[in-house]
Design a protein around this ligand. Sequence first.
Ligand code: AP5
Length: 218
Amino acid sequence: MHNLVMIGPQGSGKGTQSELLSLKLNIPQVTLGTLFRAEIGRKSDLGLEAQGYMDRGELVPGEVGSKIMLERLSKPDAMNGAILDGFPRTLDQADSLENISKTLSRPLTDVIYLRVSDDEAIRRLSGRRVCTNTGCEQNYHLQYNPPHKSPDHCDKCGSPIAQRTDDTPDAITKRLAIYHQETVPLIELYRGQGLLREVDGEKPIGEVQTQILTAMGV
Ligand code: AP5
């Protein structure tokens, strides 16, 4: 069974690689940011509260993320493993995940660390475009990974693609600063537990995927 966590700065390719791993391993990709965006789309109380934090590039505070993750990981399709993309991002969330893993009797098997410089992350986020259909959210890059059928529509579902509201220069700077302060300590935590699989995230998408599978021994 594979219970994976993806760690890396915003723009390192966590979403891109999680999607490929999900297809390869036949386990779901669970992206907390996507779950929050679905709440925003539904205009739920949680979504309305989360939106301000997300647009400013801040983490959504409190226990809400952990509760959403427990609920999501309890669904039948996650019984044989899952790829956690964007959770945990703080030491407190790592504690919560440990509790969730115990509750569900599903220990973590690998933590994939995508090593990417801030300069490369900024280049990628500035050129990123995402499908505006919240049920799809396929991501593209104007230069590295453009849609093939039409320059401004999603290959998968045909909806328009657009820049994410948190891919502005101010929000990108804030997100990267929070990553260095809050998330980087997790790298040493998981290295100490023997779970860290470090890969060079600056290589092309296919090469990064090969490195991940090799590091996992798949
Ligand atoms: P989330 O949606 O998870 O966004 P993020 O963490 O900012 O991560 P990104 O999606 O920006 O980057 P990525 O690493 O997935 O890169 P991608 O594959 O898209 O979270 C959004 C917000 O939700 C947070 O800011 C926060 O407010 C809230 N949130 C989420 N989790 C939370 C938590 N745990 N606690 C509290 N709040 C939370 O790739 C980027 C671009 O690069 C794409 O255009 C892609 O095509 C391109 N690309 C990818 N790989 C390569 C490559 N190898 N070569 C060239 N281009 C590449």
